[in-house]
Ligand binder design. Sequence first.
Ligand SMILES: Nc1nc2c(ncn2[C@@H]2O[C@H](COP(=O)(O)OP(=O)(O)O)[C@@H](O)[C@H]2O)c(=O)[nH]1
Ligand SMILES: [Mg+2]
Length: 225
Amino acid sequence: MKIVKPGKNETFDIELEEDLLKQNRVLAEKNRIRFDQYHVHAIDVLGSIGSGKTTIIGQVVKELKGRYRIAAIAGDLTTTIDAARIQDKGAIVIQANTGKECHLDANLVLKALNELNLEDLDLVLIENVGNLICPGEFPLGAHQRMVVVSTTEGPYMIVKHPYILLESSVLVINKIDLAQAMEVDIHQLREDALNIKPDLKVVFANGRRGEGIQDLIEALNLSGE
Ligand SMILES: Nc1nc2c(ncn2[C@@H]2O[C@H](COP(=O)(O)OP(=O)(O)O)[C@@H](O)[C@H]2O)c(=O)[nH]1
Ligand SMILES: [Mg+2]
């Protein structure tokens, strides 16, 4: 099979992009310092549109709101639907609309943090824009990255997105109730993920029913306190 790829330094806009990524990294470090200053733990939640990010975040909020003071930052292009869904579960929510951008960036998160009273918080869950590629190069300053993939995305979602997994500590394989109908082997998905990153924590979940949420809380090291 013939394959074409750009060579080194052949990508257009390379200077512009490098500058942008550098600026983002500087702001991400500032966000991290701010989180640490207030002892707030921050988690960047990634996944394709419809994989179940909002559902899972909602379940985590429902489960942990008695133990932690939680806020969420809901990234989306233009709507506030997800923010309202998470708010209903009992978290303070800031909507971060990116307009046309396919990822959150550290500057937008900084703006959201300016709207939050970090002194009164323990945990910030950041729902990134639904995409498994664009957010990869834009750290937000969060302590952890968690990826949500679902069985309805088919059997190759994980092998096709190695980079995002390499930068994450937890993977949720969601919609396990639909695996059979999709003819997707969830154990194979888990194996594919561990081949990419052997120390990744992998959790099976049915976000809708709240199954696997306890395992997820443990995988995120949030079961203490
Ligand atoms: N059957 C099933 N549906 C789910 C599950 N988790 C989420 N959903 C549904 O999938 C749709 C997309 O979920 P959502 O959380 O909005 O995905 P997001 O775009 O990643 O935030 C919603 O209709 C959810 O109710 C699950 O485990 N099983
Ligand atoms: Mg969502």
